[in-house]
Design a protein around this ligand. Structure first.
Ligand code: PMP
Length: 374
């Protein structure tokens, strides 16, 4: 029977207690949210929603075409200019998602005969970029500049190292200065996915800026507009020659409809707000450290956060799934990472610190996580 094997896979998932289900979120949910990526609490900020509404009224419900045909509005170019300027890069190119931006950056910068060195903890979109690229990939041990050096040693031809700046599972930061040094010794480029750094690190300007790497001619960053900027979409930031190259060769740029004007408008409003109120960025980090401190004091195994993601170890995948469900039943929404989303087999709850969480909300979250522990 066609697709018969799907039923067998579904049965295995069911038996392992690892079935994924969609839970529609009500607009007025009473749940305390520590699961979303809305780090600065901007997704529903009136300036951001008005930015989206104004853009939709002016430009329409969709971009109407690919970026090279009709899908580039003045709003897209304004967003690219201001994003590049804020993060400290020469130029930026906006995509319909961070996923598409990562596919573009990796595939366009790793031609046939080139080498990609990829951190073992990288996000799925960077991994997929490596799979699609014409260059060969070597996976380097997590956050290990010496492993990067070893992987680059002896390679003749273009090379690039790709890494998250803040890893989405454990919330730990990559050693950017040491990675850049390793790459420079070998004349390799560095592609940094700053999805979790933008809006949180470096006064909001992101991890490459904080590490003094923004604007360097051998560094490219990718960001998403869907986390701290409370919108949707992604971008590649880098030297103008890299952006021009992407416009000409990146398939997820050329063959994809441009980012919806409402998303571009929301992101631009959020960016301007962040620029005006950089304290929001620092607050997200403070909330994360406070969460970590209280979870640790409650005897839970939480990983020390470098940005806004706080990871709490669970004893097994099944217990992680049940723990998240128990939190939910107690009024707290948390993320749950378990295999196959995590390659190391370690399951965890993932709590995201939002800049707009109150002290009482932080306390309640820690209490619920503690009381429901397996
Ligand atoms: N990179 C990382 C590290 C991410 O966590 C995500 C989002 N989950 C992405 C890229 C993809 O971004 P987007 O959701 O905008 O496609």
């Amino acid at each position: 029977m066609a697709f018969g094997w799907i039923g067998e896979q579904a049965e295995l998932r069911r038996r392992a207690g690892l079935v994924r289900t969609l839970r529609p979120r009500a607009a007025d949910t009473p749940l305390l949210d520590l699961a979303s990526n809305d780090y600065l609490g901007l997704a529903r900020h009136p300036e951001v929603t008005e930015g989206a509404a104004r853009a939709a009224r002016t430009w329409g419900g969709g971009a109407t075409g690919s970026r090279l045909v009709t899908g580039t509005t003045e709003l897209h170019t304004a967003l690219e200019r201001e994003l590049a300027d804020f993060c400290g890069f020469e130029a930026a190119l906006v995509f319909s998602s961070g996923y598409a931006a990562n596919l573009a950056a990796v595939t366009a910068l790793a031609p046939h005969g080139s080498l990609i060195v990829s951190d073992a903890g990288n996000h799925a979109s960077l991994i997929d970029g490596c799979r699609l690229a014409r260059g060969g990939t070597r996976v380097a041990a997590h956050a290990d500049p010496d492993a990067v050096r070893k992987a680059l040693d002896g390679h003749d031809g273009p090379a690039v190292m790709v890494s998250d700046t803040v890893f989405s599972v454990d919330g730990d930061a990559a050693p950017l200065t040491a990675l850049a040094a390793a790459c420079r010794e070998h004349g390799a480029g560095l592609v940094l996915d700053d999805a979790h750094g933008l809006g949180v690190l470096g006064g909001g300007r992101g991890a490459p800026h904080a590490a003094g790497l923004a604007g360097a001619d051998d560094v490219v960053a990718t960001v998403t507009l869907s986390k701290s900027l409370g919108s949707q979409g992604g971008a590649v930031l880098g030297p103008a020659r890299v952006v021009e190259h992407l416009v000409n060769v990146a398939r997820t740029f050329i063959f994809d409809t441009g980012l919806a004007p409402a998303a571009a408008g929301a992101a631009l409003s959020a960016l301007r707000l962040l620029r005006r109120e950089p304290a929001r960025a620092a607050r997200a980090g403070e909330v994360a450290r406070e969460l970590h401190g209280r979870l640790t004091a409650a005897g839970l195994h939480a990983v020390r956060p470098d940005a806004a993601v706080v990871s709490v170890r669970a004893p097994s995948p099944e217990q992680a799934v049940r723990w998240a469900a128990d939190c939910r039943a107690a009024g707290l929404s948390v993320g749950c990472f378990r295999p196959p989303s995590v390659p190391d087999g370690i399951s965890r709850l993932r709590l995201t610190a939002r800049a707009d969480l109150s002290g009482a909300e932080i306390e309640r979250a820690v209490q619920v996580v503690g009381e429901t522990r397996p």
